[in-house]
Design a protein around this ligand. Structure first.
Ligand code: EPU
Length: 351
């Protein structure tokens, strides 16, 4: 592998923020990855693994270690005839961690495989999908993940984690824990169905179907993908046009009793069930309707005009600009609702 030095990271993150990596390497396969890990070990360097760079705020000081850009690619399909472990009427699709997520979803939809269609147009890579258990329009990737293959950063051992071992929950998994961070994801296996009813229950999709007067027969697998792409294009900023990392905060999960108390003050506040005695509140609703942040701007950083959960870099915003605005948003939500907003994006620095 070729190790470069002092590589600026802003072009590798969708927020377009980040100083230089002390060392930087692109890995295309397992052997490259092993070489990169040995290099880091010999030099005693901390490691940061970069996928699509679409869910991070990289430090303006960069990363004083080795940044590994994961470009491990390849997609294979296994049927029951090839592998008896594959359930009836499904295909096991195994994809390299460096595959671009949306192109991968497109490939599965073209092959008429059900399960990932509502996760269309999410930026990032296949390897990043299980880390935060990406989700959209009523589906989380955890429902399709069969296994995650990952290499231990210190021992170089290649391990396979079952779905249960991944310990998925809302925007969370084993790979976000200190133990999980010791691994670099190399491949992900998905079980996708040959026949299914696409999941169109989410409000935005239902609204779209009504507005476009679509009949049930029109709602093919490809159509669901197209609908999701259309909705996202209208609601979320394109990473081609702006610096952004999508939703900046998680939707908070709070006790029902707290929600009911908040309803006295904010009777329109929406909620979704989140297990017994818990409800999930759309943070975007609070940031928009309670705190008035939608479209708010401070210099080059702002809150997107169509989605209050999304921060945008309009030009030369710095890490500090983003963090300052995020702090203001957290403080307002705390003051008005006593809810603690948690970040969905990760702050990266070498410390
Ligand atoms: N809303 C507002 N103001 C806004 C935006 C939304 O009042 O500016 C209200 C909407 O009316 C709706 C509710 O908030 O009642 C929820 O909004 P939306 O359906 O747009 O979804 P979200 O909860 O804001 C989540 C995910 C998104 C995902 C969408 C669609 C999280 C943190 N975010 O957003 O994921 O695309 O649902 O399923 O769970 C991401 O993680 O980066 C991401 C974009």
């Amino acid at each position: 592998v070729t190790i470069s030095e002092n590589v600026l990271l802003n072009t590798y993150t969708t927020f377009r923020i980040g100083g230089p990596a002390r060392f930087f390497v692109v890995v295309k396969n397992i052997l490259d990855l092993t070489d990169a890990l040995v290099f880091a070990q010999q030099k005693g360097l901390p490691i940061f693994v970069l996928g699509g760079g679409s869910n991070i705020v990289m430090s303006d000081n960069g990363f004083d270690g080795l940044v590994i850009k994961n470009e491990i690619t390849g997609i294979t399909f296994q049927e029951k005839a090839d592998n008896p472990d594959v359930p009836e009427n499904t295909t096991l699709v195994i994809a390299g961690a460096g595959e671009e997520w949306d192109a991968f979803v497109g490939t599965t939809v073209e092959k008429n495989l059900f399960g990932l269609e509502t996760l269309s147009l999410i930026p990032g890579t296949v390897g990043a999908a299980p880390v935060q258990n990406i989700g959209a329009y009523g589906t989380e990737v955890k429902t399709t993940v069969r296994f995650v293959e990952a290499m231990h950063k210190e021992t170089g051992e290649l391990c396979t984690f079952t779905n249960a071992q991944c310990d998925f929950s809302y925007r969370n998994s084993f790979f976000k824990t200190p133990e999980g961070k010791k691994y670099v994801i190399t491949r992900v296996g998905f079980i996708l169905k040959h026949h299914d009813k696409p999941n169109i229950s989410y409000r935005d999709i239902q609204k779209y179907i009504e507005e476009h007067k679509l009949a049930e027969v029109d709602i093919t697998l490809q159509k669901v993908r197209d609908i999701v792409i259309d909705i996202r294009t209208n609601k979320l900023p394109s990473v081609k046009d702006y610096g952004t990392a999508g939703s900046f905060f998680k939707n908070p999960i709070i006790p029902k009793a707290e929600y009911e108390a908040l309803l006295q003050q904010y009777p329109m506040m929406p909620h979704y069930p989140a297990g017994e005695e818990l409800v999930k509140i759309p943070a975007a609703w609070i940031l928009d309707n309670v705190c008035g942040f939608k479209g708010y701007r401070e210099g080059d950083v702002g809150v997107y005009k169509n989605q209050a959960l999304v921060l945008v870099n309009y030009g030369n915003a710095t890490e500090k600009d983003v963090k300052n605005l995020a702090e203001k948003m957290i403080a307002c939500v705390k003051e008005k609702t006593n809810i603690n907003l948690e970040r969905e994006v990760e702050y990266i620095s070498e410390k």
